[in-house]
Write a protein that binds this ligand. Structure first.
Ligand code: C2E
Ligand code: MG
Ligand code: MG
Length: 759
């Protein structure tokens, strides 16, 4: 409401009520007038007591008005006084000469007062009644009905006239004066009110502005009616339309779901008398606003909570600043990776949990080779770009729980947590991650148009015992990193010499194998598979590595390494190609044309999405008969994605290729899987054959496998058969196909050919 509006409204509401003093004066005047009239009557007409009725009535009316006044019923008092006066005047006139009575001059005064005090309509009514009274007096007088007025001295008559006139005029003047005084007073009050309203509006506007500047909204929450009243700023803070009033739930739903429980708990505590002060988030669009809410709950004397009066402050900026401070304190500003301080914290936690769980922690120190040269030649901008990209690539190399930090310059640290409890397993895993880092960081970089190469040197230390401190660990990794630099850079080194030796040997073997594969140092040996009558029905191809220095290396040594490094893929490819070529060579000779060839396929190899295509291409290129090719799978192949394996097996079977399950009984084959696999043969593992003569369990297992194979419609072959006694027992158990030293060792191509021809 604007100030001028409010002033008008007040003026229009003014209805005049006579003041108490004014009324009292009127009553005194009435009493005085009445007593004066009684006195006059007593002197002038002592023989006419009936004429005293009028003044006596006036005295009664004055007293009735007085009693209402005392009870505070001012309006009733006014009405009683006015009507009573009228009746008294009329009564006096009736006994004192009708219209000729001087008291008649009071009628206009009464009409005016009724108009002022009651309403204009009432004034009209009283005026009409006055006219009726006067007309009645005239009629009554002419018909002689009225008592004739007492004889009176003209002077006295004039005096009475004068008294009545003066009294009426005084009364009227008093009323009018009181009216105007009150009007003036009301005008002053209303202008003061308007002024105060203006001031209040201004201070309310100031408050709103101050709240908006401070981003603090105030509110009152009536706990009895569950209604919240919010200031304009509080509405903004809560992100509700201005002027919204509603239950607490209306605002609770504005609270971020994650903060609701805490908010509810804070309110519960506040209702028990605790101070209310908590921070919560609101979902404003897609961003989140932080709000601090502080309030006090007011209670009734009996402890009932009545209302909460509080403020809600938008603290988003403060939170952002805190976050920024945290970021500056704990993160590197260039790469946004954790800095040395946060790394220290994380390492501390990692070491504590490692001590508890026994799971190992590895620390990798990574320093970029020749970073200084790049920085000096291409400038710091390019150098910074490289560091950012390195940070990204490093982060991509590790798991989510691992830490990548930047110590400064071109030094980075990776912490691998939750590694295997076995130190060497942990070392092997760390090595593979470090190799991934070497490979990833070694990829070329496009730095604002500059194509650059950069390689890292990595030093690794493992946290192996709880005596090691963070500083020890950092120093060790640093020393190892310098060893990697000394070793020609772009490489990794373990701090622990023993560990270094183990991984070093593996590294050497891997490099050798890669080279051996390229230089044709691998060859296939063939081990005969015979039937119940001793006839050679085929062979198993077993790979051999003719190492220039180490001589013949067993596949048991290099196949696992090849699987780990992925070399198994080119190696397996070579084996399959060589085996198919061998089948073609055998097909040309009548003595060997009937031979089948079993080829071992590793799980990783078989899982290659294009394995079927590769095998089909090799078969087609070599011209080998697929029906002579048997693929040996191990149970580990079947552990993952059985549907895909079945599909691949079916595709290959459609070409004529058959399948044998190698090392059967040592893995975790589920019988339900076995039933679904399109296998042709089960191969009893040599571990059961070895002790079959002495261990009755092995006999039982062999028999069970035979029975299982029979029920599934598969053939059985036993491997590792070294003695005739073993063969006989196997034969008695129902197994009529064998492979083992009893018949032949794995032999080179020529020797195997000889064996078959001699038989
Ligand atoms: P495997 O497929 O179970 O091959 C049988 C292993 O038993 C061969 O060892 C073989 O020499 C050996 N053996 C055969 N008869 C006897 C016997 O009477 N007594 C004893 N004690 N051993 C016998 P090898 O050649 O050392 O191969 C070891 C493993 O290496 C193979 O086990 C196979 O899993 C893997 N392997 C060999 N060649 C390849 C290949 O080309 N590819 C793949 N993926 N794995 C291969
Ligand atoms: Mg095999
Ligand atoms: Mg085997």
């Amino acid at each position: 409401m604007s100030p001028s509006n409010s002033g008008d409204a007040i003026n229009s509401q003014i209805s005049w009520e006579p003041s108490l003093a004014c009324l009292k004066f009127a009553i005194y005047a009435m009493l005085a007038g009445s007593f004066a009239a009684l006195l006059a009557l007593y002197i002038v007409a002592p023989g006419h007591p009936t004429r005293a009725i009028g003044p006596i009535v006036l005295v009664l009316v004055a007293m009735a008005g007085w009693s209402f006044l005392l009870r505070g019923r001012i309006r009733t008092a006014v009405i009683v006084l006015l009507i009573g006066s009228w009746m008294a005047v009329t009564g006096i006139a009736a006994f004192n000469g009708g219209v000729g009575a001087p008291v008649i001059v009071a009628y206009p005064m009464i009409v005016i007062l009724v108009g002022l005090v009651i309403s204009s309509r009432a004034a009209f009514a009283v005026a009409a009644v006055c006219v009726i009274a006067i007309v009645s007096f005239v009629l009554a007088e002419s018909s002689g009905f009225l008592p004739s007025p007492p004889p009176i001295f003209p002077a006295l008559r004039g005096v009475v006239h004068a008294i009545v006139l003066v009294l009426s005029a005084t009364l009227a003047a008093t009323f009018v004066r009181a009216y105007t005084d009150q009007l003036d007073e009301l005008r002053v009050v209303s202008s003061e009110l308007a002024q105060r309203t203006m001031e209040m509006d201004a201070s309310r506007a100031d408050l709103h502005r101050a709240q908006a500047v401070a981003k603090v909204g105030s509110w009152v929450y009536d706990l009895v009616t569950d209604t919240m009243h919010l200031s304009t700023e509080a509405c903004r803070v809560f992100d509700v339309p201005e002027g919204t009033t509603g239950s607490y739930d209306t605002y609770l739903v504005r609270t971020h779901t994650e903060d609701r429980d805490a908010a509810a708990a804070a309110w519960r505590a506040a209702l028990d008398g605790a101070a209310l002060d908590y921070e919560h988030r609101i979902l404003v669009g897609k961003t989140i606003r932080w709000v601090r809410l502080r309030a006090e709950v007011e209670f009734a004397p009996d402890g009932t909570p009545l209302r909460a009066v509080g403020v809600s402050q938008d603290i988003t900026e403060r939170k952002a600043a805190e976050e920024e401070i945290r970021r500056l304190a704990f993160y590197d500003s260039l790469t946004h990776l954790p800095n040395r301080r946060l790394l220290h914290d994380r390492l501390q936690q990692a070491l504590v949990s490692s001590t508890r769980s026994g799971r190992k922690v590895a620390l990798l120190f990574i320093d970029l080779d020749n970073f200084k040269t790049l920085n000096d030649t291409l400038g710091h901008d390019v150098g910074d770009k490289l560091l950012k990209k390195v940070a990204k690539r490093l982060t991509a190399c590790v798991r989510e729980g691992d830490t990548v930090a930047r110590l400064g310059g071109d030094e980075f640290v990776v912490v691998l947590e939750d590694l295997n409890e076995d130190l060497y397993e942990a070392a092997a895993h760390t090595k593979s991650v470090a190799e991934k880092i070497l490979a990833t960081l070694g990829q070329p970089y496009d730095l604002a148009g500059h194509h650059c190469g950069s390689t890292p040197s990595i030093g690794i230390a493992l946290f192996a015992d709880d005596q090691t401190t963070i500083d020890d660990l950092m120093k060790r990794a640093d020393v190892a990193m310098y060893q990697a630099k000394d070793a020609g850079r772009n490489t990794l080194r373990f701090f622990d010499p023993e560990m270094q030796a183990v991984v070093g040997a593996r590294l050497a073997l891997e490099a050798d194998l890669r080279q051996g594969l390229a230089q044709g140092q691998l060859l296939l040996h063939f081990q005969a598979q015979v039937d119940g009558s001793g006839r050679v029905t085929g062979a198993e191809a077993l790979v051999r590595w003719q190492h220039p220095q180490r001589g013949m290396v067993s596949p048991a040594e290099f196949i696992p390494l090849a699987e780990e490094t992925g070399l198994i893929l080119p190696l397996g490819d070579w084996v399959l190609t060589t085996a198919c070529n061998q089948l073609v060579a055998w097909a040309r000779q009548p003595a060997t044309a009937h031979l089948t060839l079993a080829v071992n396929v590793s799980a990783r190899q078989f899982r290659q999405p294009d394995f079927v295509t590769q095998a089909r291409d090799i078969l087609a290129d070599s011209g080998a008969d697929p029906r002579k090719l048997k693929l040996e799978l191990t149970e580990s192949t079947l552990l993952e994605d059985i549907e895909d394996i079945i599909a691949k097996m079916n595709d290959l079977k459609a070409l004529g290729v058959s399948f044998s399950l190698d090392d059967f009984g040592t893995g975790y084959s589920s019988l339900s899987y076995l039933k679904r696999l399109p296998l042709d043969q089960l191969k009893i593992d040599q571990s059961f054959v070895r002790d079959i003569l002495t261990d009755p369990n092995d006999v039982a297992i062999a028999r069970t496998i035979v029975a299982l194979a029979q029920s599934l419609g598969l053939s059985v072959i036993a491997e590792g058969v070294e003695t005739e006694a073993q063969r006989e027992l196997l034969a008695n158990s129902g197994c009529h196909a064998y492979q083992g030293y009893l018949f032949a060792h794995p032999l080179p191509t020529e020797a195997f050919g000889e064996l078959v021809r001699r038989a």
